[in-house]
Each structure stands twice: as structure tokens, then as C-alpha cells.
Design a protein around this ligand. Sequence first.
Ligand SMILES: [Zn+2]
Length: 451
Amino acid sequence: MHRGNSAVGAQAVRGPEPRAPELEIPRFERGAVPMGVGKPQNNRPRAGLGFRVYKPKVNRVNREKLKVLYNDIVNYLLGITSELKGSKYLTYYAEEWERMYEEVKRQRERAGKRTLPKAPPLPLLVKFVMPDGSVRGDKSAPAVIDLRRGELRIPSYGVVQRLPRRLVEELIRENLLEPRPDFTLQVTRRGFLRLIASRYAPARVALPLRLICIDENSCNGEALGVWDVLKPGRIVRSRYEELMPRNRGFLDRTAALFQSAAAGKAEALEKVKKLLREAGKSEAEIAALLAPEKLAEIAASTREKEKRLNRAFAEELVSLVRKLVREAKERGWSVAIAIDPINAESLKGSELQRTLLKPRKLLRNLARYEGARFKLYRVSGKRCPNCGEIGVEVGHRRYRCPHCNIEWDRDKAATFWLAKRFLDEHFREECGDETYVDITGWLKQHPRGLL
Ligand SMILES: [Zn+2]
């Protein structure tokens, strides 16, 4: 039998999260990978892999067929049935699946649960038919993604699923990447599909270099500054913007308020009443809304809304950064992503910390997939970008240096410091004087550039 690579399996065991074998997003940390993501490329450590996950929609008819496929193969793997219908390549990742299943079982036992474990998704080999008719991926793969006709097929189970045009276009682009990602299709026990692309792209640091600098900021969203170092002495800031998840703080506070009102805290109840009056509710409506279960319901739906907005924000940020990285890579440039992580101590365990960590994790994964260097630095936008002295606050997030007498915006200065830290680390030590890259030169040419 054609079986999966055991080195892959050994790593994959650590991948799954105990209570949720059907992961939304594979775990990237600690070198863990989702199972069945193909063989390592260029013998690179798997910890260096980056992932993209696509979830093609599946119609009801196909879901039923996929459930049959899933059950057939899992029953065969568990020895419940002895005959396998269809291609033997359907069990290509058998070993990984079995190991993952055992691991899920063990973890449930350790957690003291006696019910049967939820069976993990089943990985399948997948190949692509490109628009010119050429085939990419393993020729004997039982699943086909036909990018010419815009459909996904698993012939042995009669599955033919139309794919949205946007996904088709994106998959064409992914298949043309150099190095090409590895693809695996996963079928979940509930008949859903997940396509996982994994890739290692080397991240060299040389000129020209695009530096994508992100300052995480609790109340003010994330500041993003892009510095293009074309050659020593020629630095351009090609973009600056502040990205703000909408209503983040407001929703968080509102949910907390309704939560404590639901718990019967008098002060919170008063505040809620006031809020509802201000919103123009009648006394009768207010009385109805003040029932504890009603308050808890509002708190929960507010949290849900906040989560949705945060997710949308993270996705937006990731797709913007990906666009910036690919734009530079197409020109043959190196790319680095430098982030100032918000002080985790002050936020320990808070909702906000989770929100901010998520984009950071997604960007680290993106850097691996796209071949960009990823760095975390602590910087302060309060420091003078020219001399490093702590500035004096002269306006809203605006500072002035007592020595140099220049003024700057704190968020813009933070992205400047991130770029400076990266350049100092990579070009001050490694290069001779001619190639010395100094971003302070940019500041001299643009004295009001950080205002
Ligand atoms: Zn100064």
C-alpha cells in the first residue's frame, strides 16, 4: 500500500488541538503542522512552513457524498470494513490519519472523557488542472481541482462541486508561485472540505528591500508604514496608514456592562438603564430588556459581533500585507515584516490581548508562506527619531524633541523606529561603509515626514 511519509506523520501528531480536531486554522506555533500537508520541500524544517487555508463551499448533495467517502475510508482504516472502494490512493495519508486519531483518543482519555472521540479530518491527495490543460500535483491523486472548468471532482464518489471564480483565480496564482506550495484536501466527518496550501519560501535580506512596519496599539488600531530601501542613501516611504478595527473598545465595554448587569450588579443596571433611555427606549421596553436572561443575551450577541469585526479586521490586515509583499517580490525585492508587539504584561489575559495576538500570528504565518523575514522589536514612538531622546508631548499623540526641536507623530515615529531597528541590525553590522543604510538620511530629506 502506498503510505504517507512517516517523518510527516511524526510531526503531525503534535498538530491537532485536543478538543477540536477540526481546526479552523492549522496551528503554526512550536513547529506543529496539520496532518497530511505533503512532504517537506527541499528538506527544510517543517517548522518553517507557512499555510493558507481555503474552505470551498459544498452543496448538500456533495456533502452527503463526502460523508459516505469519509465513513467508507475511516471504517476501512479502523478495520471495520475490509474492502476499499475506489482508488487505493484514497488512503495515501492513512498513517497520518491513524496517528492523529490515536492521539485524539489518548487526549480524551487523559481528560477523563469516555465517549468516542470526534474523528479528525481525512487528508486526500489533490491535483490541479491548469487553464492550459497541464496537470500540477500527483498524477494519481483521487481529488482533482479543475481550474479550467472551475470545479472540484472526486470521481470515485461522484463528487462534482462548482468553485467560485474568485477562488479559481486565486488557486491559479498559488499554483504558479515559485516554489509551488504543497496542497492537501481535507474532508471532515461532516462532509466539509478544506484545501490547505503549505509552503516554504526562503526569506533573504538584501537590497532592494521592502520593510513593512506595524505598530500595535491598544486604542489606536495598528499603524502601518512601508519603507522601500532601494539602495544605500535612497529610502522611500511608499505607504503610511492607520488601521482601526471598528468599535473595538466600545463593543468590549458594552458587552462587559451588560454582563455585569445580568449578574445583578446595581451600578451596571443603572448604567444600562441610562444607556437605553439615551437610545430612546420607552420605560416599558427598558423593563423588558432588564431581565437577567435578556441582558446576558445582549452581552453574548455583542461579544459575537465584536469577534466578527475583529476577524474581519485581521483578514483585511493580512490581505493588505500579502498584497504589499507580493508586489515587492514581483519586482525581485526582499521583504521584511517588523512588528512592535503591544506590551503583553499590561493586557495579560484580556480580550484585547487575544485580539491583537491573532493578527500577529497570522502575519508570522504569512511571512513564512510568502518568504519574508519576520521580526518583533520593542520601540517607542515617544523617542525623537533623530536623536533618540524622549520627546515632550505637545498635542494629541504629537511630540517635540528638546534638543533637535523637531516634532513628530507618535504612531508614525514608531514605524520609523521599527524600520531603523531592522536596518541597523541587518546592514550596520554586515556591510561596509559604502553599503551602510541609514534611514536618518530620509528624515533629513523629509524633516516633516513624520508629522
Ligand atoms: Zn532629538
